[in-house]
Design a protein around this ligand. Structure first.
Ligand code: BYC
Ligand code: FE
Ligand code: FE
Length: 464
């Protein structure tokens, strides 16, 4: 079985790794069956499979059953003479093995990253039942397969570099379950239910974008195999964010068309999503994603930066790489500014880059409204709104960032975050459309198809 695993880690000559993977692989397939996409076992899906890291090698399209998908292990090509780019050991050669003193921290970082990958597949489990088109159905399955592959990427690191501990962690990654109160996934956002396609598009826009920033920070790591693995994962992440960003853009475009034609804003009866409801989904998923960055003031972040385990986004563009004698000015919800040593503020620095990136996406979304001469806009809430982690948590704020009482938050919560009624009305729109050439009413057709195929007139998923 293992020789069929596409890889560029010389698996054929690594008996120990082959043995560990051979033990793990059947459990992975059990997990996929039990927790992965529900109900499409015998369907064939037009999927892209990475078979090498060259551009031709990972643009390989064909009809496959998901259970036969060839999850592979790929590292980005080695950079010769790569040196540590930041922290206390800057300029030293990067590590091909893990120094004993960093084993515990690296294990924790890798397990936390790894845990999100299967979690997201679990969160999407039922969405195939309500896909708005075959194009969208194919995309969610592509995403699920790639998140599965991201799990493989992290399991490779655990099994190859962490011995028995790593094998145990790899096994546990298949045992925790998103949203399971007794055995949850590690980070909050990955236990949140993804109930409909607005959740899923927002999740891909915001949570996968956290993925982009976390992976980019790990791509700077002095532990070279981690750097190379995450660099290859980043090439896949672009597609995940595209699915989210273009998905919401198509929802807004449809809403805008219907608003322009009808002059109304309550669009549910007209088969589209009211912007006010979409805004609540944005408020929810954006703030969940902000929590994924951890505390703004973090001793973990400082330790990891000093040790060279986790850098900043595109560290080479930073004016200096030691981050000593520098401070970060953390603005609290009440406007007070707390000064934090820069190394302790690495989570906040990464989050700030994420926020800017999200703002660019919102601008593109709002163009759909501008083009149609509509005044309505969608926006990002203040970073102090609805926070559960870090310096801004526990201080109730409205979406504009104004401090309010706990009572006011409770009273107005339903104006700002999705309610059960919103969700039921959204769910009523989500009727599956599985016919080539057709698409649900609540979003516009994609601009372009996949792998050179037409956007809608193609059977991206074949049911048996
Ligand atoms: N939920 O110093 P602090 C992706 C804990 S997404 C629950 O503030 P730290 C993907 C923390 O563990 C990218 N607990 O934070 C996207 C700590 O616990 P202890 C995922 C949380 O450690 C879509 C305590 O609070 N990758 O790939 O500096 C689909 C205080 O910690 C949370 C990574 O996250 C939370 N949100 O930073 C598929 C990269 N936040 O020590 C995939 C790896 C914090 O008190 N992870 N805590 O027991 C890391 O780099 C860091 O662990 C974090 C947190 C950035 C997450
Ligand atoms: Fe991923
Ligand atoms: Fe992703």
């Amino acid at each position: 079985m293992t020789t069929e695993i596409p890889n560029n880690v010389d698996l054929d000559h690594d008996q120990q790794l082959r043995r560990a993977l051979a033990m793990w692989h059947p459990h992975y397939l059990d997990w996929w069956r039990e927790a992965g996409p529900d109900g499409f076992d015998s369907s064939q899906v037009y999927l892209r499979t990475a078979i090498s890291v060259s551009p031709e090698g990972w643009a390989n399209y064909g009809l496959v059953r998901m259970r036969d998908y060839r999850w592979g292990i790929f590292l980005a090509p080695e950079v010769t003479d790569r040196k540590i780019g930041f922290g206390d050991q800057m300029g030293d050669p990067v590590w091909q093995q893990i120094p004993g003193e960093y084993r515990k921290d690296l294990r924790r970082i890798i397990v936390t990253q790894a845990d999100t990958e299967p979690a997201s597949v679990e969160q999407n489990r039922l969405l195939g039942r309500t896909a708005p088109s075959l194009y969208d159905l194919r995309n969610i399955f592509q995403l699920n397969c790639e998140e599965g592959r991201h799990l493989w990427a992290m399991v490779y690191l655990l099994q190859k570099y962490f011995g028995r501990d790593g094998r145990e962690e790899a096994a546990e990654l298949l045992q925790r379950r998103s949203g399971n109160p007794d055995h949850p996934r590690i980070l909050n956002a990955f236990n949140a239910p993804v109930r409909d396609w607005l959740d899923y598009f927002c999740f891909s826009m915001f949570s996968d974008r956290d993925g982009k920033y976390q992976l980019a920070a790990l791509a700077e790591s002095a532990f070279d195999p981690l750097s190379r693995t995450t660099r290859f994962m980043l090439t896949e992440e672009a597609f995940h964010m595209f699915v989210g960003e273009s998905g919401i853009q198509r929802v807004i475009a449809r809403a805008a068309d219907v608003m322009a034609a009808s002059g109304r804003e309550d669009l549910f009866e007209l088969g589209a999503v009211p912007l006010a409801v979409l805004q609540k989904y944005i408020n929810y998923w954006y703030t969940e994603a902000l929590d994924l960055f951890g505390g703004e003031d973090s001793s973990n972040a400082a330790t990891w930066f000093a040790a060279g385990l986790k850098g900043r986004f595109q560290e080479e563009d930073q004016p200096e790489h030691l981050a000593l004698d520098q401070v970060y000015e953390l603005r609290k919800a009440d406007g007070a500014v707390e000064t934090i040593a820069m190394r302790r503020a690495m989570n906040a620095v990464l989050r700030d880059a994420f926020v800017k990136d999200c703002q660019r996406g919102l601008k593109r979304w709002n163009r759909e409204l501008e083009h149609r001469k509509l005044d309505a806009r969608v926006y990002l809430p203040a970073i102090s709104f609805n926070r559960k982690v870090g310096a801004l948590a526990a201080i109730p704020c409205n979406p504009e960032g104004g401090i309010i009482t706990q009572e006011e938050f409770a009273r107005r919560r339903d104006e700002w975050l999705p309610t059960e009624e919103d969700r039921l009305r959204v769910a009523a729109l989500m009727k599956p459309v599985y016919e080539p050439g057709k698409i649900a009413s609540w979003l516009t057709p994609p601009v372009k198809g996949v792998g050179g195929k037409p956007a809608l007139d193609f059977e991206y998923v074949r049911f048996d």
